[in-house]
Ligand binder design. Structure first.
Ligand code: DGL
Length: 294
């Protein structure tokens, strides 16, 4: 399974949003821009609001409660901005908190999960590499995915320590990064893998770097296009699709950090000269403790 959608809508509270309301897209940082690119291509009439929680990235090095706390806070903030649906464009946040967010937010949502199922379908050697954050790989959701879809495939799961940080500083090609990537990928090649699952939305930005190491020996599974299609189905099911065609609006970008890397990546990846607004989204775990203020 590539994604998780809310089975029912709205579970509680808020009135149904109108079709011209924006879709919220959220990630711990810049990775969700790879999903936003696919959503813009599939659903050009939708208005999009993107939040990068870059001040607190990488989530993959955080504890489970922190990830759930930030995911809820940002989801609630996007609802307060009038979002009609939410894309949790972060495998790590999906793995840790999608059930909680789905239960509490009054809008339909789509999460992302590593493409175990498509990888098992296409691998000929029956050896597949997975690069994802340590949190995603140790999550119960990921273990369930493997149990359900791995079949006779052997999955070599490698935590991508350091890769999110590299993308967050817009490093997609440095010699240090290539050496780190090679140390993750070579053991997969040596084990006979022919397929690589990118289980983190930051990693599609490393596509060229990965190719420079593995050539065409690995087929790369990136689920962004499938996520965009799932969002389309979800909006249709809830009669929330924007009534197009409308003038192509630029997404609105927000960052909890200074936003400079996001602006650079949006320019190079999306060819958008985007203004990135700084936003403060408080949450239980990031509020100063009363003892700190005393
Ligand atoms: N883009 C996030 C993901 O898909 C990165 C998580 C992190 O910040 O470590 O998992």
């Amino acid at each position: 399974m590539l994604f998780e959608a809310s089975p029912s809508f709205p579970p509680t509270g808020r009135a149904v949003a109108d079709t011209s309301a924006p879709v919220g897209v959220f990630d711990s940082g810049l990775g969700g821009l790879s999903v936003l690119r696919a959503v813009r291509a599939a659903l050009p009439d939708e208005r999009l609001v993107y939040v990068a929680d870059s001040l607190y990235a990488p989530y993959g090095e955080r504890d489970d409660d922190f990830i759930a706390d930030r995911t809820m806070a940002i989801g609630e903030w996007l609802v307060s901005q009038g979002a009609k649906a939410l894309v949790v464009a972060c495998n790590t946040a999906t793995a840790q908190s999608i059930a909680l967010v789905r239960e509490r937010l009054p809008i339909p949502l789509v999460g992302v999960e590593p493409g175990v199922k498509p990888a098992a379908l296409v691998s000929k050697t029956r050896v597949v590499g997975v690069l994802a954050t340590a949190v995603t790989l140790r999550s119960a959701r990921f273990q369930t995915l493997l149990e359900r879809y791995a079949g006779d495939c052997r999955f070599i799961c490698q935590p991508g320590h350091g890769l999110v940080q590299a993308v967050e500083r817009c490093d997609t090609h440095s010699p240090e990064l290539l050496a780190l990537l090679a140390s993750y990928l070579r053991p997969m090649l040596d084990a006979g893998a022919d397929t690589l699952v990118l289980g983190c939305t930051h990693y599609p930005f490393l596509d060229e770097a990965i190719r420079s190491i593995v050539g065409d020996r690995l087929q790369i599974i990136d689920t962004s296009v499938a996520i965009a299609r799932q969002l389309e189905r979800l909006l249709d099911a809830h009669r929330l699709r924007a009534a197009g065609p409308s003038p192509r609006a630029l997404p609105r970008f927000y960052s909890t950090a200074d936003g400079e890397s996001q602006r650079q990546l949006a320019a190079s990846l999306l060819q958008i000269d985007a203004r990135v607004e700084h936003v403060v989204i408080p949450s239980r775990r990031t509020r100063p403790l009363e003892s700190d203020l005393a």
